[in-house]
Design a binder for this molecule. Structure first.
Ligand SMILES: N[C@@H](CCC(=O)N[C@@H](CS)C(=O)NCC(=O)O)C(=O)O
Length: 319
C-alpha cells in the first residue's frame, strides 16, 4: 500500500503497478538546482545558492534512491552543512511518516507525514511523495526531489564552503558515466522494481532477463577493475551500489530476482564489499530499515508483512 497526491489531496493506493500489470515510475516533480553562486543549473534550471545550513535533506534509510544522496553527503563531508530527517521504514496508507522508531529523526518543521512537506511546497501538487527531498529553508520550498540530480549538486555546489574534494561526475568521464548509468538505471536500479511490482507473469519475466544480462555485463566489466568508470569512484558506482546492497536480502526473494545472488558473482561481490568498507559508506547502511521497509510495506506482495531473519550478509552495517 502507498499513496499519491492529486491536486494537493492525498489518496491511498493498494497496488504499485498500473492497469496493464506493469510498474511505471513517474518523473520527479521538483527539478531546480543548488549551485555555488545561485546561477542556473546545467540545463538552465532555476538556481539556489549553496549556503551552510540553508538546505535540509529528507531521506529514508531503506530507499536506494535516497541512499545515493546520503552517500554523497557523507563522502563530501556535508553532514554539518546539510542536516537530515529520516522517515520511519514502514510506508503504508499515509506514505512515508516520521513516526518514532530506531533511527528515525523527525521533521524540524514538525510534520508527521512526508506528503505534508510536498503540500507545503505546492498546495496543488500531484504525484508520489518520494524521498529524497532537498528542502530550502529560506524560500520554504522543495528545490529538488530527484536523486540523480541531488547527487550531481552535492558533488560540486558546496566545494567553496569546505566540502571534501571529490568529483563524482568529472568532465572527462561524463559520456562513459552516462552510458553506464542509462543501462544500470533501466535494467538494474529500476529493473528490480519493475520485476517486483509486476502483476502479470509476462511483465515480470520481461524484466528479469535484462536485469541478469546487465549483472553479467557488470561482472565482466569489473574484471581487473576496481570501479566502473575511469579507474576512480564516480556516481556510476554509487548509483549501482545502493541497489547491490539490497539485492541478496530483499530483491532476490521479495522481488523474485532470484536467478543468482550478488554473493554468487565473484567480481560484483568483491566490489560491494570493497565499497561498503569505506567508513563513510558503511555508516549509511541500515539493513534493519531496508528489510523492515520492503517486507513490511508491500503487503500486495508479502501479505503477512513478516520480515525474514536472514540472510547473513558479509558487509558491515550500521544500526
Ligand atoms: N526518481 C526518484 C525516485 C525516488 C523514489 O521512488 N523513492 C521511493 C522510495 S524507494 C519513494 O519515496 N516512494 C514513495 C511512494 O511510492 O509513495 C529518485 O531517484 O529520487
Amino acid at each position: 500500500m502507498g499513496g499519491v497526491l492529486q491536486d494537493g489531496e492525498w489518496k491511498t493506493e493498494e497496488s504499485f503497478a498500473g492497469e496493464d500489470g506493469r510498474y511505471d515510475r513517474q518523473p520527479s516533480r521538483f527539478r531546480d538546482w543548488v549551485t555555488k553562486d545561485g546561477s542556473p543549473g546545467p540545463d538552465g534550471q532555476k538556481g539556489y545558492q549553496a549556503e551552510v545550513g540553508r538546505y535540509h535533506l529528507y531521506v529514508s534509510y531503506a530507499c536506494p534512491w535516497a541512499h545515493r544522496a546520503l552517500i554523497l553527503r557523507a563522502l563530501k563531508g556535508l553532514e554539518k552543512m546539510i542536516p537530515i530527517s529520516v522517515v520511519n521504514w514502514l510506508m503504508r496508507g499515509d506514505g512515508w511518516t516520521f513516526k518514532d522508531g530506531p533511527g528515525v529523526s523527525p521533521d524540524p518543521m514538525g510534520h508527521e507525514k512526508l506528503h505534508q512537506i510536498y503540500q507545503k511546497a505546492d498546495p496543488n501538487v500531484s504525484g508520489k511523495a518520494t524521498v529524497p527531498v532537498l528542502w530550502d529553508k529560506k524560500t520554504g520550498t522543495i528545490v529538488n526531489n530527484e536523486s540523480s540530480e541531488i547527487i550531481r549538486m552535492l558533488t560540486r555546489a558546496f566545494d567553496d564552503l569546505g566540502a571534501k574534494p571529490l568529483d563524482t561526475y568529472p568532465e572527462a568521464l561524463r559520456d562513459e558515466i552516462d552510458e553506464v548509468n542509462d543501462r544500470v538505471y533501466s535494467t538494474v536500479n529500476n529493473g528490480v522494481y519493475k520485476a517486483g511490482f509486476a502483476e502479470t507473469q509476462s511483465a515480470y519475466e520481461d524484466e528479469v532477463g535484462p536485469l541478469f544480462d546487465s549483472l553479467d555485463w557488470l561482472e565482466d566489466r569489473l574484471k581487473g577493475q576496481i570501479y566502473l568508470v575511469g579507474g576512480q569512484l564516480t556516481e556510476a558506482d554509487i548509483r549501482l551500489l545502493t541497489t547491490l546492497l539490497r539485492f541478496d536480502a530483499v530483491y532476490y526473494s521479495h522481488f523474485k530476482c532470484n536467478i543468482r545472488r550478488i554473493a554468487d558473482y565473484e567480481n560484483l561481490h568483491a566490489y560491494v564489499l570493497r565499497l561498503a568498507a569505506f567508513p563513510e559508506i558503511r555508516d549509511t547502511i541500515h539493513m534493519d530499515h531496508i528489510k523492515g521497509h520492503y517486507y513490511g510495506s508491500h503487503r500486495s506482495i508479502n501479505p503477512t508483512g513478516i520480515v525474514p531473519v536472514g540472510p547473513d550478509l558479509d558487509f558491515e552495517t550500521a544500526s
